[in-house]
Design a binder for this molecule. Structure first.
Ligand code: HEC
Ligand code: HEC
Length: 349
């Protein structure tokens, strides 16, 4: 029987030049199929929590939940409503996300690719791990505005979900823990590292003169100095919290809302710059609509506010020429990975 299927597969593969997915490794004996996360060359090894190993069944359940309106109070929205695959998992071009009651929040949606590397979640780092992050949007009154009890009861009474939870976690009793774990497993599969920059690193393409000059502006401590925070080369962020002088007196206190430390006022999580050309508007409140504005912020418009990042305190204003800004934009555009948004495994099942 097994042999028959294998030979059929090989036969099909000869015709369609397909590969047997190496991420699918044998069943672990408990009915779960271990999932081997295939990390592309441009990204580091990912730490997977020991108590939430990735399985084919867990990821598949997480993906279904991510896109299911059942998670919202009035069954009209899901995670994918504000994190859209064709927009690199941000919310179209909305500055502030709008939830089920048509009320806007105070922050810009965040992209979810390479999220498994992040060391904290939300602009203020209010969630410590990807698992516990999941409950935030479900119960947030201006997002999905649902209670956990309701979500659990809706899932428990659903014709398919109890079986899917059983397949993924060995129990058909739906629990918040397993909801969180399944969605986190799916989120960890969302890897993006096939941009022109990655192809250049793999010696597959060359960069234009403008792109090369822009890369130097990015890394030069006396020019862009972007590297300092948006670490060059892999995730393009160090995930640290910083005040970049957007406001003299921060309207949103950011990190301080979590730590209750006034030295953290106006600090926000440093976002990745991968796919940045296609994830406008920018900053925690979506105040900038294009990359030039972002760069000019660092070049001349930042404010000398309390808690301003030391790198900016000492930065000379107008240190980048108009040519530097144009070149830097050209470099940032090389960080776009167009294959990512076409990956069928990331889309609504
Ligand atoms: C109404 C729109 C909306 C919905 C629905 C929504 N999100 Fe979000 N998401 C946001 C916004 C806005 C932020 C930034 C919030 C903040 O910093 O306070 C965010 C942040 C996140 C982050 C943190 C990313 C990072 O880099 O730190 C993750 C992960 C995430 N959402 C996953 C989810 C999941 C999973 C769901 C479904 C259970 C979901 N979101 C539903 C709008 C939404
Ligand atoms: C001192 C650390 C630091 C430096 C230096 C820095 N950034 Fe940032 N960057 C941040 C932080 C923190 C944010 C988020 C700020 C916020 O929303 O309040 C950010 C946000 C951004 C955003 C918006 C991202 C998004 O998803 O909304 C862009 C674009 C950006 N930076 C580009 C650059 C460029 C280009 C450079 C170099 C000229 C640079 N940054 C230098 C820390 C830094």
């Amino acid at each position: 029987m097994y042999m028959k299927y294998t030979s059929l597969l090989i036969l099909l593969c000869t015709f369609f030049a397909c590969k047997v997915d190496p991420s699918l490794v044998a069943n672990d004996g408990h009915g779960h199929t271990h999932y081997n996360l295939n990390i592309p060359p441009g990204l580091p090894v990912m730490k997977i929590p020991a108590d939430n190993p990735m399985t084919v069944e867990g990821i598949s359940l997480g993906r279904k939940l991510f896109y299911d309106n059942i998670l919202s109070a009035n069954n009209t929205m899901n995670c994918g409503s504000c994190h859209q695959l064709n927009n690199y998992f941000i919310d179209g071009n909305k500055a502030l996300s709008v939830g089920i009651d048509n009320i806007a929040g105070t922050r810009n949606s965040m992209p979810l690719f390479n999220i498994g590397y992040s060391t904290s979640f939300f602009w203020d780092g209010g969630a410590k791990d990807l698992e516990s992050q999941v409950l935030g949007p479900i119960t947030n009154p201006i997002e999905l505005h649902e209670t956990l009890e309701n979500v659990i009861s809706k899932l428990q009474n659903h014709p398919e979900y109890p079986t899917l939870f059983k397949k993924a976690f060995g129990s058909d009793i739906v629990s918040s823990k397993h909801i969180m774990q399944a969605i986190a497993q799916f989120e960890r599969t969302l890897l993006s590292a096939d941009s022109k920059f990655d192809k250049w690193k793999r010696n597959e393409v060359t960069l234009s003169d403008a792109e090369n000059r822009g890369m130097l502006v990015y890394t030069d401590p006396n020019k862009g100095d972007c590297t300092h925070c948006h670490s060059f080369g892999s995730t393009f962020t160090d995930f640290e919290f910083r005040n970049t002088g957007l406001d003299s007196i921060p309207v949103d206190k950011g990190r301080a809302l979590i730590t209750l430390n006034s030295l953290d006022e106006g600090k926000f999580k440093t976002p990745t710059l991968r796919n940045i050309a296609l994830t406008a508007p920018y900053m925690h409140d979506g105040r900038f609509t294009n990359l030039q504005q972002c760069i000019e912020h660092y070049n001349k418009n930042f404010r000398y506010t309390k808690n301003l990042a030391p790198e900016l305190k000492t930065a000379v204003k107008y240190r980048m020429t108009e040519q530097d800004v144009t070149d830097l934009v050209a470099f940032l555009e090389t960080l776009t990975d167009t294959t990512f948004i076409h990956n069928p495994n990331f889309d609504k099942p």
